[in-house]
Design a protein around this ligand. Structure first.
Ligand code: PXP
Length: 259
């Protein structure tokens, strides 16, 4: 199981002051020393955290692969093609959202998606699609010719949070459902079963599988046990812990959890 550390949240802190501290660049060496396999960043259209210069410098200076998350707007795809990260992960983007709230709507955007994917691949960038773990999304991803899919684990994290009162993974969009413990346990085991089944399907189609969103030191264990999933991309929980323990320890702690 590989770990991609999403360092956007360092830029979130910097942008709160609009100064140059803390710099996401300072995280690169620490991530590498701690044993992370990949740096993940998201160049959002609204540039709310990672800026173009960050993306350029991170891709130039990182000694481990960089996974650049992006939407399919032509402006952003052109930038990604010129930056040539190791991988581009296409994600849905809504201006009003606090974070990426769900997977891509592949059917609705099939043609635009195909165009963006081809352009990235022509530039020697491998492509991943951030999808909800469903059979339909995996089949459409295969039709779109990508190398990777990344399963959005937000729904799983929300159920886990409701069941165990895990405040660390409480997602802002958790709906207050009046469910009993038994019902929540069933929801969690159904969702895990769904992720496993869809992972098996994706693997049988020779898609590589990553997963991420809302994963933390408590809930990551069940996802990390799914053999077909090769990589986890984790941001918020690692950067949150790093405030208290330092980044290197926060990453090594997470690596311990996913081993
Ligand atoms: N993977 C993708 C595609 C993402 O967009 C994000 C951030 O929203 C993550 C993983 C990491 O999510 P988190 O910060 O909740 O760990």
């Amino acid at each position: 199981m590989k770990l991609g550390v999403n360092i956007d949240h360092i830029a979130v802190l910097r942008e709160a002051r609009k100064i140059n501290d803390p710099s996401p660049l300072d995280a690169l060496l620490i991530c590498k020393l701690a044993g992370a396999d990949q740096i993940t960043i998201h160049l959002r259209e609204d540039r709310r955290h990672i800026q173009d210069t960050d993306a350029t410098d991170i891709i130039r200076l990182s000694s481990i692969p960089v996974n650049l998350e992006c939407a399919i707007s032509p402006e952003i795809i052109d930038i990604v093609c010129s930056l040539k990260p190791h991988r581009a992960t296409i994600v849905p983007e809504k201006r009003a959202e606090v974070t990426t709230e769900g997977g891509l709507a592949l059917e609705e955007n099939f043609n635009a998606m195909k165009e963006a994917i081809l352009k990235l691949q022509e530039n020697d960038i491998e492509v991943s699609l951030f999808i909800d773990p469903s059979m339909k999304s995996v089949e459409l991803s295969k039709d779109l010719g990508v190398e990777w899919v990344e399963f959005h684990t937000g729904h799983y994290a929300n159920i886990y949070a409701m069941l165990y009162g895990d405040l660390a993974s409480s997602h802002h969009c958790i709906k207050e459902l009046d469910l009993s413990r038994v019902e929540l346990e069933k929801m969690l085991s159904d969702e895990l079963e769904n992720i496993k089944t869809v992972a098996k399907l994706a693997s049988s189609m020779e898609l590589k599988i990553a997963a991420g969103h809302g994963l933390n030191y408590n809930n990551v264990k069940y996802i990390a046990q799914i053999d077909e999933i090769e990589e986890l991309n984790i941001g918020q929980s690692i950067i949150a812990r790093s405030v208290f323990t330092g980044l290197q320890k926060a990453i090594t702690d997470m690596i311990e959890c996913i081993k």
